[in-house]
Design a protein around this ligand. Structure first.
Ligand code: E4P
Length: 236
């Protein structure tokens, strides 16, 4: 399917987040100078084999100024609130990740009133995104890969949600999550999404084009064959 809606006039910038708890991967992505933040979830944190707080604080340090999403695991309002206040107190870079369930939406409203930023996760439809936007979410994580896995088009809800926040002037940014390959990133751009989060492997793949490799090799071969240098040999 073609995503023909271009929302350049609405979007502020396209942010790129890496979706991992692996500090080495995060440091490597941060070195490229294009990383705006990191998303984690309970599964990714469990994979690290380290404690939650230590991992999240190490991520904050690896991406100074970046938005770092860390997720609550309680499913009742009081429990989620307690966890959210704890997590958000660790570092101002932290964005509290909250699942799209009724107490989660209530929590987003409470946290918004306290000036605590949120990332509403496990969003699959524009109607769910509307609830998150109305509650005052900072980011709305719309999962695409898991929908594609079920033989549907995950990017449709992204395009609809980008349109929805622009139409009504909500502050929420639509974050494309569950990204599986570079084409998802292309489609996220075409849909005018504000953010895409992706595994490190996918971020690395964004650099790749066979003509870039071939072209660079040709430039270097021609340069070396001509015996050229940039620095004056005499000046060392
Ligand atoms: C988003 O924030 C989620 O952590 C993530 O993108 C889920 O991706 P998956 O569907 O590949 O597990």
């Amino acid at each position: 399917m073609q995503y023909e809606i271009w929302h350049a006039r609405y979007t502020r910038t396209m942010k790129l987040f890496v979706d991992t708890g692996d500090i080495d991967e995060i440091r490597r992505a941060a070195e490229w100078g294009i990383l705006d933040g990191v998303t984690t979830n309970p599964t990714l944190i469990a994979k690290t084999g380290r404690g939650f707080r230590d991992t999240v604080l190490a991520i904050c340090q690896a991406v100074p100024g970046g938005d770092i999403s860390a997720e609550v695991v309680a499913t009742d309002y009081e429990g989620m609130l307690r966890e959210a206040l704890e997590i958000s107190g660790w570092n101002p870079q932290i964005v509290v990740k909250v699942p799209l369930i009724p107490p989660g939406v209530r929590l987003v409203r409470t946290l918004a009133e306290k000036g605590i930023r949120t990332n509403v996760t496990l969003v699959f439809s524009v109607s769910q995104a509307l609830l998150a936007a109305k509650a005052g979410a900072t980011y709305i994580s719309n999962f695409v890969g898991r929908v594609d896995d079920a033989s549907a088009d995950g990017m449709e809800a992204v395009a609809e949600s980008v349109e929805m926040v622009a139409t009504y002037g909500y502050d929420a940014e639509i974050l494309v999550a569950s990204v599986r390959h570079p084409l998802h990133v292309v489609q996220a751009v075409q849909a005018g999404a504000h953010v895409a989060t992706m595994p490190f492997k996918v971020m690395e793949m964004l650099f790749k084009h066979p003509l870039t490799d071939l072209g660079l090799q040709r430039f270097l071969d021609d340069w070396n064959a001509a015996g050229l240098t940039i620095f004056d040999r005499a000046s060392g």
